[in-house]
Ligand binder design. Structure first.
Ligand code: SAH
Length: 397
């Protein structure tokens, strides 16, 4: 069957020639199809310029991003194509030393646009691959992706869990379930990150179950924790808390507004046989308001305050308020680790927001580190939006 062609407006081909992987609905001039109908949500389409020259292949969707490009070459989108995509993602992780490491066996294999497939996230947790499809096009080829994972990992692959329900149900208004789509043994429910153990719960946990994107920053927190009192807010499963305690913190307090997250943190503290830890089920702002403990190190790693452009202004206010509070509270000579994982808030805006918070507080503050996501969450150079995680480490006199 001939693919439907999305003809884009004159001038709009430039972004695609620069390999930007999204086509916005406003860039579409017309659609050419045998049947005369528009493509279905998730249908594979061809993108052409106003002179009908081929530009790219991608999955159509009826949202603001009308096409998510998966290839800039005119190729067959078959099993071989998916094998190559997964293999190429695997090869990078191999280069990063993640596929055969004795200290870390949990990592991101496929980071959407960063690995050339908009809408596809795959995390590898000590033998089990967790897939999150964020587009219907990708969801529809799940069996090919599953086969490709089996082809690449062979006997190293124990199971594949498809965790796309939330995103796909929302887009299709149909009941979609999360489930195992491949199993060849009992999944390992404990993973290693830099030699520390973590319980893995992809079924009940948030996102794919664990926040792999803070691996490098957790390592850095260890440098500042020895002999210190540490507050880890928005702790989720307690990654930063485990590293801080292992590095010799005198006391670590973990805060999260979700009881499930607190339970995960407590379990990970226990798993690593750590003491001197307390967890608090509380809203972070309330906790900071009510507690005047002199913390030497504070970590602020909130969820994405802005999920889209519309929410940007309020999100900036939210980050400012939160950081202001921590900058006010922290002990003299303290270290603040502060993050934003909102894609629409870029590095400059985040920095400016922290400056604004600092000005309100008026203390002497120096910037020690600029942090980002680790290399298994690569950013496609033609898709700067992919740099979602921004962090700063501040020294507060
Ligand atoms: N730092 C974590 C990841 C943070 S994810 C890690 O390294 O694993 C964000 C967390 O913030 C989630 O666990 C969520 O439950 C929690 N959260 C969301 N809103 C909150 C609030 N207002 N106060 C405290 N925790 C909150």
């Amino acid at each position: 069957m001939e693919l439907k062609s999305i003809v884009i407006n004159k001038g709009k081909e430039q972004a695609i020639e620069r390999k930007h992987p999204w086509i916005f609905s406003g860039a579409i001039n017309r659609i050419i199809s045998d049947t005369g109908g528009a493509p279905e949500n998730g249908e594979l389409v061809e993108v052409v310029d106003y002179k009908n020259n081929f530009l790219a292949l991608g999955y159509f969707s009826d949202g603001t991003i009308a096409v998510r490009i998966i290839s800039f070459e005119q190729v067959e989108i078959n099993q071989k194509f998916w094998n190559q995509k997964i293999q190429s993602a695997y090869n990078l992780r191999e280069k990063l030393g993640l596929t055969n490491s004795s200290s870390t066996n949990i990592y991101r294999l496929m980071h959407a646009e960063g690995d050339g497939v908009s809408g596809l996230i795959i995390d590898f947790y000590n033998g089990t691959a967790i897939i999150q499809a964020h587009s219907i096009g990708v969801y529809n080829v799940m069996d090919k992706i599953s086969k490709a994972l089996q082809n690449v990992y062979k006997e190293k692959l124990i199971a594949i869990y498809n965790k796309s329900a939330e995103s796909i149900s929302k887009q299709t208004n149909q009941e979609v379930e999360n489930d195992y789509i491949y199993q060849n043994g009992e999944p390992n429910l404990i993973g290693l990150e830099n030699d520390y153990q973590f319980n893995l719960d992809w079924i009940n946990g948030q996102k794919t179950g664990f926040f792999l994107d803070q691996r490098e920053s957790r390592k850095l927190i260890a440098n500042y924790s020895k002999g210190k009192k540490v507050l880890n807010t928005f702790c989720y499963s307690g990654g930063f808390s485990v590293y801080a305690l292992k590095a010799g913190a005198t006391e670590v307090h973990s805060v999260d507004s979700s009881q499930k997250a607190i339970d995960l943190t407590d379990a990970n503290i226990k798993l690593n046989k750590l003491k001197k830890h307390k967890s608090f089920n509380s809203d972070t702002l309330d906790y900071l308001k009510e507690n005047t403990i002199d913390y030497d190190v504070i970590i602020l790693d909130p969820p994405a305050y802005a999920k889209n452009q519309k929410a940007k202004h309020n999100a900036v206010q939210g980050y400012k308020r939160l950081n202001q509070m921590a900058l006010k509270q922290i002990k003299s000579g303290g270290i603040l680790f502060t993050f934003s994982c909102s894609q629409v808030i870029n590095r400059k805006l985040f920095y400016d927001t922290i400056v604004a918070a600092a000005i309100e507080v008026g203390r002497n503050i120096r910037v020690l580190h600029h942090l980002s996501q680790p290399a298994d969450h690569p950013v496609n150079i033609y898709h700067p939006e992919g740099e979602y995680l921004k962090g700063l480490v501040l020294y507060v006199e």
